[in-house]
Design a protein around this ligand. Structure first.
Ligand SMILES: Nc1nc2c(ncn2[C@@H]2O[C@H](COP(=O)(O)OP(=O)(O)OP(=O)(O)O)[C@@H](O)[C@H]2O)c(=O)[nH]1
Ligand SMILES: [Mg+2]
Length: 229
């Protein structure tokens, strides 16, 4: 399941869809806030458990609800999915990492139960690029990273994703939002210029604003990672 589909472009969605299919993994794109695609996920979980019940019935046992775990990185919308399926807030869900603190079974229907679980991160994030992107997306507890370094890294990611005329939105979004262009400046310098220009030299405030604007979608549909070639 690939949630937050509302935050990427149709082109980005197609690229990942093609890639996942080429790996033999049909993806489920969802918007767990609005409910788009969530029924397909529930159905897929249901279907995945069907064989177990067939075996049970052959042995004369009663079918029982399929039980599945909702597992993933922090803050990606796992609990939101459960709430959406039930159309009411049964488990806590909010805009920061680490909201779900314990495992909790939730009965979705007569035939499906889902386990809401706390977001998980690898014990050791060795891949620095992956760690940076997780922090940019607010998937790592705020206490674990430095806003300014992550904001600088974010600007550098945007600059690296701008490779042709078609990818101009990656850098133009900053000019449009803050009135300060990024061309020819690296992330560190950009944050300083932004702080000087718009936030009375307050670099921390510039960093927080930049990250929040990206996370709530104010910078537009910017995919941070395209599928491998
Ligand atoms: N834009 C958008 N926001 C979403 C979507 N799904 C969930 N959210 C929001 O993302 C935030 C995190 O949602 P949660 O349900 O708490 O995420 P979680 O994966 O359970 O997080 P942890 O319990 O901390 O691991 C909430 O503010 C949701 O409203 C989506 O598809 N699109
Ligand atoms: Mg949760």
């Amino acid at each position: 399941m690939l949630n937050r589909v509302d935050m990427i472009s149709a082109e980005a969605r197609t690229a990942w869809e093609t890639w996942f299919r080429s790996q033999g993994l049909p993806p489920y794109f969802t918007n767990a806030q609005q409910g788009k695609g969530v029924l397909s996920v529930a159905k897929a979980a249901q279907d995945a458990g069907a064989a177990v019940n067939e075996r049970r019935q052959k042995r004369g046992m009663r079918a029982r609800p399929v039980r599945a775990v909702v597992l993933g990185f922090p803050n990606v919308g796992k609990s939101a999915l459960i709430n959406r399926l039930l159309k009411r807030k049964v488990v806590p869900s909010a805009r920061k990492a680490g909201v779900t603190r314990q495992l909790r079974w939730v009965r979705i229907s007569e035939t499906l139960e889902l386990l809401d679980s706390p977001g998980v991160l690898p014990a050791l994030l060795k891949d620095q690029d992956a760690a940076l992107k997780l922090a940019i997306c607010d998937d790592i507890g705020e206490a674990a990273y430095d806003n300014q370094r992550i904001a600088m890294g974010f600007v550098d990611v945007l600059r690296s994703l701008h490779v042709s005329d078609a990818t101009r939105p990656y850098i133009e979004t900053l000019t449009e939002r803050y009135g300060i262009g990024v061309e020819g400046i690296n992330g560190e310098d950009y944050l300083h210029v932004l702080a000087e220009g718009n936030y009375q030299g307050d670099i921390e405030r510039a960093a927080r604003t930049l990250l929040r604007d990206y996370r709530v979608g104010n910078l537009g549909e910017l995919l941070l990672e395209w599928p491998p070639e």
